[in-house]
Write a protein that binds this ligand. Structure first.
Ligand SMILES: Cc1ncc(COP(=O)(O)O)c(C=O)c1O
Length: 431
């Protein structure tokens, strides 16, 4: 009988009291955001027209290792944290693998995902600054739901929902005229949300991924995981996460990557992205617009080009054309691996997982499941007893239509050709 329980729940008193800023341990820091007009690094004054002041500070701070989590945010976290670290005994049994599989489950809250960890922080700082409201984009709906919940808790107004691209903004109209019939992307919605924020006094824009500040807030996932693993003497060999804009993966790996960067311990980190939107595996590391309408600062990141829009048959999130500058820099340094997987294989993995672990996973999270299964099966073949940790970022209840499509055999895989990707690459800004 193993001493490791199926679910490790920390005591509330053991929860992290700080966010860990991975940038403090990176010798080569992520490249700064650039002003799209001057191509000079964005200053705090320039950014504070778009983001709350405290979030600007966090965005630009490459040096402070630990940020104490404000008491109000800690109290909110206690509503749904600590989240369980699950030993997937049933999955191991099903796969007949000697690997030990763990997942950190972030779907146990109203928004159904990890997104609430940053939404509550961003709504709190908006409230602190006395703002009237915030604007944002959302893809499959997890981030939008999380932000609505956080805003209503702190009494901050989160504007009404408008499908993007829309006729209600200048940039939306421009995108629609240039790409008639487009199904849109996160990049389009970001442009529109930023325009609404900067043209309404008392409003700021908040983003659910990509930015340094969001990875900082999401470090609560990794720090909590590490506390739980250390408590039971568990050492992961491989840490896997799905990667859209990079926030859950950046948060999960943060304290482990910190150890690797400081030369204390080695781990394998794997980012998993969709084959239909392969920014790390097939993109280029270059300065690009963070949004399709080209109104945001330029970020140096692995990118497919800011006007890249995944094929309409792509289900769920992970549709962003770029990747967090922190993860991009780590990938460029060879500290992180990346793989891309076709979506039908992701839904196959999701179904295997749901049948034995009893959780319907989000399609996004299922990218991580797919690669965790592949690694566990490899262990079965080699006999290695590796310890595999992956991030189960959320539940799939926003995505039942996609599951239905999969079950009815109507889902297929679309992988962009090199020639298609080259067209987008050719339009990258010249910096
Ligand atoms: C459940 C879930 N997991 C993962 C992601 C990917 O976002 P990120 O890469 O920022 O963690 C999203 C957002 O699209 C999501 O809703």
């Amino acid at each position: 009988m193993s001493t490791i329980p199926y679910k490790i729940y920390l005591e509330e008193s053991e929860m992290p009291k700080y966010w860990y800023n991975l940038r403090a341990d990176m010798k080569q820091k992520p490249a700064p955001l650039l002003n799209p007009g001057t191509h000079r690094p964005m200053t705090a004054a320039e950014l504070s027209g778009v983001f709350c002041e405290e979030l600007v500070k966090q965005e630009l701070d490459n040096d402070t290792r630990e940020y104490p989590i404000p008491q109000e945010i800690l109290s909110f976290y206690r509503m749904y944290r600590p989240s369980p670290l699950v030993r997937a005994y049933c999955l191991e049994e099903k796969l007949k693998t000697p690997a030990k599989i763990y997942y950190k489950f972030e779907g146990n809250n109203t928004s159904g995902s990890h997104k609430l960890n940053s939404a509550v922080a961003q709504a709190y700082y908006a409230k602190q600054q006395g703002l009237k409201g915030v604007t944002t984009e959302t893809g499959a709906g997890q981030w939008g739901t999380a932000l609505s919940m956080a805003c209503s808790y702190f009494g901050v107004y989160g504007a009404s929902v408008t499908p993007s691209p829309s006729e209600t903004t200048q940039v939306g109209k421009k995108i629609l005229s240039e790409h008639p019939g487009t199904t849109g992307s996160l990049g389009c919605a970001i442009s529109e949300a930023v325009e609404v924020a900067v043209s309404n006094p008392g409003y700021r824009y908040v983003l659910g991924s990509v930015l340094n500040q969001v990875l900082l807030h999401q470090s609560v996932i990794g720090v909590e995981t590490k506390i739980a693993m250390d408590k039971y003497g568990i050492r992961p060999d491989i840490i896997i996460g799905c990667a859209g804009g990079g926030s859950n993966l950046g948060g999960l790996i943060a304290p482990f990557m910190g150890e690797k960067l400081r030369g204390e311990r080695d781990y394998r980190f794997i980012a998993v992205e969709p084959a239909s939107c392969p920014s790390l595996t097939r993109g280029v590391y270059a300065y690009d617009f963070a949004d399709t309408g080209m109104v945001c600062p330029l970020a140096k990141m692995y990118t497919l080009g800011s006007d890249f829009i995944p094929a309409p048959n792509h289900a769920g999130g992970l549709r962003y054309h770029g990747m967090s500058p922190i993860l991009s820099e780590l990938y460029d340094q060879g500290m992180l691996e990346a793989v891309s997987v076709p979506q039908t294989s992701v839904f196959d993995a999701a179904e295997t997982f749901a049948r034995v672990e009893g959780i319907l996973p989000a399609p996004e999270s299922s990218h991580a499941i797919k690669v965790a299964l592949d690694e566990a099966i490899r262990c079965r073949e080699t006999g290695e007893e590796k310890t595999i940790l992956f991030g189960l970022t959320g539940t799939g209840y926003f995505d039942l239509v996609a599951y239905e499509k999969y079950h009815n055999g109507l889902m297929d895989d679309y992988v962009p050709t090199d020639a298609e990707l080259e067209q987008y690459r050719a339009r990258l800004p010249r910096i």
